[in-house]
Design a protein around this ligand. Structure first.
Ligand SMILES: C[S@@+](CC[C@H](N)C(=O)[O-])C[C@H]1O[C@@H](n2cnc3c(N)ncnc32)[C@H](O)[C@@H]1O
Length: 234
């Protein structure tokens, strides 16, 4: 049981710092490469290319990279885990895609940006990790300009027919895979645990609406185990 918001943030940060070296490999293996399709769908749902996008919790930078390659003129990519940011900036520099992407250390709950700054805010596999979901969504709403959009990709609670097999895969096989590729058994056990208190896709839409977003919708991917939510700042 977490004692405070700070306890959860510290635990999440140190866990992600431990798994950086094998993070991309594990993502590809455990989703059979589908994670990159889901990120691409997220970038497509971010709508027409515009001036300034924010990728919150960029990790190793895959979403930021896809936004820049799609033509967004400027992408700001933030994360509160410095080793993740270092890996992202090395990866993007090595691919020659760095010119449009700026990296910064920042907490999703306290973004160091003025209100009404971004045309679009995106995040992938962040929301399960934040200590205060409502506060994070309100922060995304604050930094968006009027008419700007939020797109959130994350796991969700799968439908009944695949709930049990998927739980077995996630809670038993994925942690073993993590250990086998030299990553971290406990970090990958966290994956299933992080989903338990997380709202289902319909309830998450309500959280977006409560944070002030309008025209909220979502799409399911991966047999219903993954959701992409969208909302606009009215
Ligand atoms: C599962 S990774 C996802 C990374 C990346 N978005 C992707 O698509 O692979 C979660 C990331 O969220 C970051 N993170 C978690 N909580 C955060 C917070 N409160 N503020 C900023 N970053 C956070 C972690 O450091 C980690 O890099």
């Amino acid at each position: 049981m977490e004692r405070s918001e700070g306890d959860k943030a510290a635990r999440v940060k140190s866990m992600f710092a431990r798994i950086v070296p094998r993070y991309d490999l594990m993502n590809r293996l455990m989703t059979l490469g589908l994670d990159q399709r889901w990120r691409q769908a997220t970038v497509t749902l971010a709508g027409p290319v515009d001036e300034l996008a924010l990728d919150v919790a960029t990790g190793t930078g895959d979403l930021a990279l896809r936004l820049a390659r799609r033509g967004w003129r400027r992408v700001v990519a933030v994360d509160f885990c410095s080793p993740m940011l270092a890996a992202a900036s090395d990866k993007i520099a090595s691919r020659g895609d760095g010119a449009r992407i700026a990296f910064a250390g920042a907490d999703a709950l306290r973004l160091p940006f003025a209100a009404d700054t971004f045309d679009c805010v995106v995040n992938a596999f962040l929301l399960r990790n934040v200590a205060d979901l409502g506060a994070a969504l309100r922060e995304f709403h604050r930094v968006l300009r009027r008419g700007g959009r939020l797109v959130c990709l994350d796991l969700t609670h799968p439908p009944a027919p695949i709930k049990l097999p998927l739980a077995l895969y996630r809670d038993a096989i994925v942690p073993l895979l993590g250990a086998a590729v030299g990553s971290d058994f406990d970090a990958y056990r966290y994956l299933g645990n992080s989903l338990k208190p997380y709202p289902d896709a319909r309830r998450l839409s309500e959280f977006l609406a409560q944070a002030g977003f309008v025209r909220v919708d979502y799409r399911l991917h991966g047999l219903g185990a993954v959701a992409i939510h969208r909302g606009w700042k009215g």
